[in-house]
Design a protein around this ligand. Structure first.
Ligand code: SF4
Ligand code: SF4
Length: 634
């Protein structure tokens, strides 16, 4: 994508729809000025000129994330097909995996998701003079307060040679549904007039593909019909809030644009729907229905729904599809026809505006709909072939090694009783789904609060423990020594502090390398831990020194522990090429018993142990030198 220019200009207040980036205020002016993509932030419109960007053929609408993204992950949580990948701070929509459901757009509060159609292709198509526009009836709501007649006049005025309302496609498709339902009423069928439902099944639930009614969407049906009656040279453009639908061959449309882009097209040709005559300037193709309702179902099937729900079910929302898949595979004959739509009707699509306005939009659409025709409006016998078979979409990143998923699950961990957490806070219903998304680069462990909690605990633990020997760090030594002195002062118990220093450790590192030195440190740490009780503390105090706090030992016991450590270390060896090597220890002991009400401080006790160690060293090393009762014993 090449970015030629960036310009910032003022814009007006908010728009009707989350998709309408400029709401017709700054947006259309920017398009007219040659800018290709427009993004609005509060009070400001940013127009990015992308006219040199060529899209590679017809793609339908494309969703992408711009640089206003703050990586808040809200869109990741709502995307039903994990089409949004997260890598570090970069969030991207994977074009091949996006099913164009639009759910991510209202979830983003940063105006960071762009929706772009084939605007340039549409302009090229218009220049041929043979461009036919297919328009869903929802356009009447979108362009309100312009009347349907004004919208049609505007389309003709802007250069389209004919404008077909999608109702004709609904009629064609409804006839096919009637035939299918009449031929095989005893099995399960899923309505397939929604491209979003079809693409969801193709992507996520391929087991449902045999149950999708094998009929094209109304837009595709109408496009095939139009090409048949207008001639093969006809160029067909679709305008809507979503893609016209999967057609199996991708060649029935020449371009697909959003309503925003249609509005921009009007502007670029100086056409304002509101300035158009209120009566038709040209006789349009049939706009009435006979047997269908909006979306392409036969009216009598819906009547059957009212009378008997066992053969006709209505489901709304993509989340219904997984339970349907389970039910349909269990006993398909009992399900009958399933009227499944991703939203509550076409006007429930997030692109049309907030859900709370849905009933206003529905009322308006009903008001603007023409009365049904008593006669058929299309001859089904002259209709083109409307059958289709659906194939599975296999994402390039779909295959993930089970071992990789397990590795991620291990990082997340399980509940104390060994079950998966499945909290849903990552946006996925199960940990396995989330781990799979992470493995495919579609999510990040940073979205998992359980993982983050474990990371925090690990970091906290690392701050307390020396990573090589597992002994406590100096920070723990000072805190615990203060605690133990305070306890001893309250309760009259005893305390011993052992300073342990490795004799002549530097030559070991110099002569045999740090790996040998580390092996000795680890071994000595184990000897120290084995010699003390679980209530005692072993800390690493610098490179080759350890400090032990013995809690409430007796005088002999403290000496015995020190002597045992010295002896075991003397016997401990690690292998080296020349044979084996070991070290000895010097240990200074500071011991206090019955120190009730004592003012003995940590610094004083450490100074005693240090002085005792100094004597042990002075005696040639491999020695324990005790200091008893606060006095050095020489
Ligand atoms: S919701 Fe918007 S800001 Fe947040 S990650 Fe998605 S695109 Fe970015
Ligand atoms: S449009 Fe739908 S499928 Fe595509 S990224 Fe957004 S939420 Fe996901």
């Amino acid at each position: 994508m090449s970015m030629i220019n960036i310009q910032v200009m003022r814009s007006g207040p908010g728009s009707l729809s989350p998709f309408r980036a400029g709401g017709g205020f700054g947006y259309v002016s920017c398009i007219r000025a040659g800018f290709r993509r427009v993004r609005r932030i509060p009070g400001v419109t940013i127009a990015v000129c992308l006219t040199s960007q060529e899209r590679n053929g017809f793609l339908g609408l494309r969703f992408s994330i711009n640089d206003s993204c703050t990586s808040c992950m809200a869109c990741v949580r709502v995307c039903p097909v994990e089409a949004i990948s997260v890598s570090g701070q970069t969030v991207e929509i994977v074009e091949g995996d996006c099913i164009e459901c639009g759910l991510c757009v209202p979830s983003c509060h940063h105006e960071a998701i762009d929706v772009v159609g084939d605007f340039d292709l549409c302009r090229d198509t218009l220049s041929t003079g043979r461009a036919v526009l297919i328009l869903p009836s929802e356009a009447n709501v979108y362009f309100y307060p312009a009347t349907p007649e004004q919208i049609l006049n505007a389309c003709y005025e802007t250069g389209f040679s004919a404008v077909y309302y999608e109702q004709l496609g609904d009629e064609l498709v409804a006839h096919e549904y009637q035939r299918l339902w009449g031929n095989e009423p005893k099995r399960a069928w899923l309505r397939s007039t929604s491209p979003i439902v079809v693409n969801y099944c193709r992507t996520k639930l391929p087991e449902l593909l045999p149950f999708l009614a094998p009929i094209v969407t109304p837009a595709v049906a109408l496009a095939r019909y139009v090409r048949q009656i207008e001639g093969a040279e006809t160029r067909i453009v679709y305008a809507g809030v979503g893609a016209p639908g999967f057609n199996g061959d991708r060649d029935v449309f020449d371009a697909s644009i959003s309503f925003d882009e249609l509005e921009a097209l009007f502007e670029s040709t100086d056409v304002n729907p509101l300035d158009q005559p209120l009566t038709m300037t040209r006789m349009p193709p049939e706009r009435r229905r006979h047997l269908s309702v909006a979306g392409g179902l036969p009216r009598d099937m819906l009547e059957e729904n009212r009378q008997s729900s066992s053969r006709f079910r209505k489901e709304r929302g993509l989340e219904s599809l997984a339970p349907i898949a389970r039910a349909v595979l269990g006993d398909e004959s009992s399900l009958g026809f399933i009227d499944i739509q991703p939203f509550e009707g076409n006007l429930g699509h997030p692109a049309y505006g907030p859900p709370e306005d849905l009933y206003w939009r529905k009322d308006l659409a009903e008001l603007l709909e023409l009365s049904p025709s008593a006669e058929p409006v299309v001859d089904p016998e002259s209709a083109p072939d409307l059958s289709i078979s659906f194939d599975q979409v296999v994402s390039e990143s779909a295959s993930v090694e089970p071992a990789e998923i397990q590795r991620i699950l291990d990082l997340i961990g399980t509940t104390p009783d060994g079950r998966a957490w499945n909290t849903g806070s990552c946006g996925h219903s199960t940990c396995i789904e989330f781990a799979s998304a992470v493995a495919r680069g579609r999510s990040t462990l940073a979205l998992c609060p359980i993982y983050l909690g474990r990371q925090y605990q690990r970091a906290a633990r690392d701050a307390l423990h020396d990573s090589l020997t597992g002994a406590f760090t100096f920070r723990v030594l000072t805190e615990r020594l203060d605690e133990e002195l305070s306890r001893a002062s309250r309760t009259g118990t005893s305390i011993a502090l052992l300073f342990v220093d490795i004799d002549k450790f530097k030559p070991i590192n110099d002569n045999y390398g740090h790996a040998t030195g580390n092996a000795l440190l680890v071994g000595i740490s184990e000897i120290l831990h084995e010699a003390v009780r679980s209530t005692d503390i072993v800390c690493r105090y610098g490179g080759d020194e350890f400090v032990l706090i013995l809690v409430n030992p007796d005088r002999r016991g403290a000496g015995r522990v020190a002597e045992e450590i010295r002896e075991n270390t003397e016997a401990f060896k690690v292998p080296v090429p020349e044979g084996e090597v070991g070290v000895t220890l010097s240990i200074g002991v500071a011991y206090h018993s019955g120190i009730t009400q004592s003012n003995l401080t940590r610094e004083e006790l450490m100074a005693e142990a240090d002085a005792s160690l100094y004597v042990a060293k002075a005696q040639g090393g491999n020695t324990v030198h005790p200091a008893i009762g606060g006095q050095l014993v020489r």
